[in-house]
Write a protein that binds this ligand. Structure first.
Ligand code: CAA
Length: 388
């Protein structure tokens, strides 16, 4: 019996800032963003959206197809949690009307926790194949205005159904891990924006990739040459190019820049338009590969590198299944991206500074999102989510 990803669906907010607008405001060449970091646009959550509404919107098509009864667990990965105690997934469980027998938990380790959730989901399914696991990764990436990270904001969620004999990607059990206590990116409880040592973070990312690969090579008989495509964690598109060149050098592959580009280019299309979505980023990259590759991917092997600052990282791989194309939500995803509206710089700033009430009063939130769920109010310190 194989175990892996049976269905994958993502969601992002209905508005974005074009990085040309940001560059214009900053008085710099927009090619720094378009070419230098490989990003064009970044999604901005509306005032009535957060990780819960993004996640519920991502998971809705999966739940509508499979039904509300069979899901055995909902594992919610995020690094922009909304509560120190209650798992955000419990709100999603209600919005999606899942069975009360479905267990829910939230996982945290920066951008890596979605991969922890996928691996835990695989273990649960291996133990009881009759109970699929819903993994949801959802984040709103925020950095200080004027900081180098500002252009690498974004938001999005991805939902994946983990099953036995999956229709999309059967995952190998052998993985390579690396964990190290470093301060490259973090967000103390009292801050709403992440702190980051940007250059250092990219160095640690590459070091972790090498270490994960070395560990993976000890565990698995799969070689670098056996892998057809590579999905990397995508804080920004250019990071994947840096990572893939690095891994190719580690393996002395002798590939040309064009050959390297072919192995990652289809993974970058969606993230280029969404920006960083932390835990969801690499899996939106996987969606991008599955839905934008020019050749059929059936039987192709995909390597995945998941990185979470702090840091924990993992290299793992899987094989795309024969009928994967029929299980995709390509049309829905392309519609979500094409129907977004562009923000002016002033609208972006207003949204960025929108107050996050902490006084326990009765705060009704303006209806902005076009999604199926919204955060309607924060009243008496309680978040009130509704279906639209
Ligand atoms: N045309 C073309 N390219 C240009 C350009 C122009 N006009 N101007 C600059 N560039 C190029 C630069 O040469 C540089 O390329 P290289 O990286 O290949 O050298 C690139 O654009 C970026 O320019 P800078 O190095 O000057 O960029 P910066 O210092 O302003 O910011 C950053 C870059 C540090 C990554 C910043 O965006 C940042 O801090 N981001 C947040 C942290 C982050 O994403 N870290 C990634 C690893 S950690 C992680 O992965 C977890 C996570 O999700 C956060």
């Amino acid at each position: 019996m194989s175990v892996g990803i049976d269905e994958i669906s993502f969601y992002t907010s209905g508005q974005y800032l074009d990085l040309k607008t940001l560059a214009e405001h900053q008085g710099i060449d927009s090619n720094k963003y378009y070419d230098g970091i490989g990003q064009e646009k970044m999604s901005m959550a509306s005032v009535d959206e957060d990780v819960v509404t993004l996640a519920a919107n991502a998971a809705l098509p999966i739940v509508e197809r499979i039904g509300r009864e069979s899901i055995g667990a909902l594992l919610f990965a995020t690094e922009t949690g909304i509560d120190q105690s209650k798992a955000a997934g419990v709100y999603v469980h209600r919005l999606l009307e899942l069975n009360s027998n479905c267990r829910v938990v939230e996982l945290k380790q920066a951008c890596y926790s979605a991969t922890a959730a996928v691996q835990m989901g695989c273990a649960l399914v291996a133990r009881n194949p009759a109970r699929p696991v819903l993994v949801v990764a959802s984040d709103v990436a925020r950095y200080d205005l004027g900081s180098p990270g500002e252009a690498t904001q974004g938001c999005g969620a991805v939902a994946m159904l983990i099953t036995a004999n999956p229709r999309i990607l059967a995952l190998d059990p052998e993985v390579g891990n690396h964990t190290e206590d470093v301060m490259d990116f973090w967000r103390p409880n009292y801050r709403s924006n992440a702190l980051v040592d940007g250059k250092y973070s990219t160095k640690i990312y590459l070091k972790s990739l090498k270490r994960c690969w070395e560990h993976f090579s000890e565990q698995s008989s799969v070689s670098y040459a056996d892998i057809d495509y590579f999905c990397y964690h995508l804080p920004f598109g250019k990071m994947a190019q840096k990572a893939h060149s690095h891994l190719s050098r580690v393996n002395k592959s002798g590939q040309t820049p064009e050959q390297l580009e072919q192995q990652i280019e289809p993974t970058l299309k969606y993230n280029r338009l969404i920006g960083n979505s932390y835990t969801a980023s690499m899996y939106i990259g996987l969606c991008s590969l599955l839905e934008n590759s020019e050749e059929s991917l059936a039987g192709r092997r995909v390597g995945l590198f998941s990185y979470g600052s702090g840091c924990v990282a993992e290299f793992f791989n899987g094989v795309v299944q024969a009928d994967y194309a029929a299980a995709l939500h390509k049309q829905r995803h392309q519609q979500i991206l094409s129907q977004r509206t562009e923000l002016s710089y002033d609208e972006y700033i207003k949204l960025y500074h929108y107050p996050n009430p902490t006084d326990g009063g009765d705060h009704r939130l303006a209806e902005q999102t076009q999604g199926a769920f919204r955060l309607a109010a924060i009243t008496d310190h309680k978040r009130e989510y509704v279906a639209r």
